[in-house]
Design a protein around this ligand. Structure first.
Ligand code: UT7
Length: 324
């Protein structure tokens, strides 16, 4: 049976120049490089320059993905940006990217599911492509979480970083089999009961800006329980199992969560892409950043089965299974 699959044509990323090592935080906070490394696996992170915005980073990542695909912005039908830190309340970061890329056709919008944003955006892009609403979709995760840090809260500000990653998807004919290239299955969840364990204490309709607040231990507990379950559910939907997985590309929040999830899935760490030591937690940008870095490292090869999984504020979580 011939079906349309959303297939990967290109990938790219952008990281701001400024790199901040853990030791920097020792100067202003009651913390140590050792604590940050052992509790989170993070060693350094990138921070956007003054005046550097989410849409600028997203555009740079999109350009890299277009180069990788050998395509121009004019070839795109849609741009989706997953972000919780847009430049402005409106218009969307995606329309800003559209303008910066010089696209005057197609459509663009943002998706906001915090750290699960890229998985939500991939699922949305897949639905648009399979429904014939768009053929080529640029899916971007981009964040400037440094702007919503409380620099006096050692429990959060040492964990996050800035950056952007982009994946260019195009509809292609396939057999409708689990051996097809492209997105094979998606699995999304949210539960607003847990909205107060990870949130920003401000927003437009409350007339405040706000800073990120997190009950780390609680989020950790949910992550360990929910990530392996959603990844298994997505694999099940695709008619595949853990043994078929070439690479898990997890949301990069904490190395202990990444290891715990891989262990629960029965997948060895030699099949897990890890970038958290160098990027910290870049929220919706972490998975596309990791995908792009993994391609550069020569880890993900054409035909490899890739499982992405993420959880964040909401809580919102999910998983996408794709064959590169
Ligand atoms: O991306 C969205 C999803 N987010 C996540 O997945 C994050 C999930 N949570 C985590 O990654 C971990 O919970 C953290 C890395 C945030 C914290 O690790 P933990 O092992 O859960 O530590 P904890 O919060 O239980 O804190 C242990 C101790 C506390 O001190 P007491 O109460 O035991 O005296 C904290 O006050 O560590 C203290 N602490 C710190 N110490 C030094 C908290 N932050 C720091 C710090 N430096 N930066």
């Amino acid at each position: 049976m011939s079906v349309l699959r959303a297939q990967v044509r290109g990938v790219g990323h952008y990281l701001p120049d400024r790199v901040v090592e853990n030791a920097e935080f020792e100067k202003t906070l009651d913390t140590t490089d050792e604590w940050i490394r052992t509790r989170s696996g993070i060693e350094r992170r990138h921070f956007a320059a003054e005046g550097e915005t989410t849409s600028q980073m997203a555009t740079a990542a999109a350009r890299a993905a277009l180069d990788d695909a050998g395509m121009d912005a004019g070839d795109l039908d849609a741009v989706i940006v997953a972000t919780s830190t847009p430049d402005l309340t409106f218009p969307s970061a995606a329309t800003m990217v559209q303008a910066q890329l010089g696209m005057t056709g197609g459509f663009a919008f943002d998706v906001q599911a915090v750290c699960a944003g890229f998985v939500y955006a991939l699922t949305t892009a897949n639905a648009l492509i399979v429904a014939g609403q768009a053929r080529r979709v640029m899916v971007i995760g981009a964040e400037t979480f440094s702007r919503i840090m409380d620099w006096t809260d050692r429990g959060t500000c040492v964990l996050f970083g800035d950056g952007a990653g982009a994946l260019l998807l195009e509809g292609g004919e396939a057999d409708g089999a689990s051996t097809d290239r492209g997105i094979l299955a998606c699995d999304l969840h949210s539960d607003g009961q847990y909205r107060d364990i990870l949130y920003v204490d401000g927003g437009v309709s409350t007339d405040t800006v706000g800073k990120l607040r997190m009950e780390g231990k609680e989020v950790f507990r949910h992550a360990i329980e929910k990530l392996a379950a959603t990844a298994h559910a997505a694999l099940d939907k695709a008619g595949l199992g853990a043994d078929d997985v070439s690479w898990i590309v997890p949301h990069q929040a904490n190395l202990r969560i990444i290891k715990g999830t891989a262990q629960r899935m029965g997948v060895g760490m030699d099949r897990v892409v890890v970038t958290v030591p160098d990027h910290g937690n870049t929220s919706a940008a972490s998975i596309p950043l990791a995908l792009s870095v993994a391609r550069q490292r020569g880890q993900i090869k054409d035909g490899d089965l890739v499982v992405t999984e993420a959880i964040g504020g909401g809580l919102a979580w999910g998983s996408v299974v794709l064959r590169w």
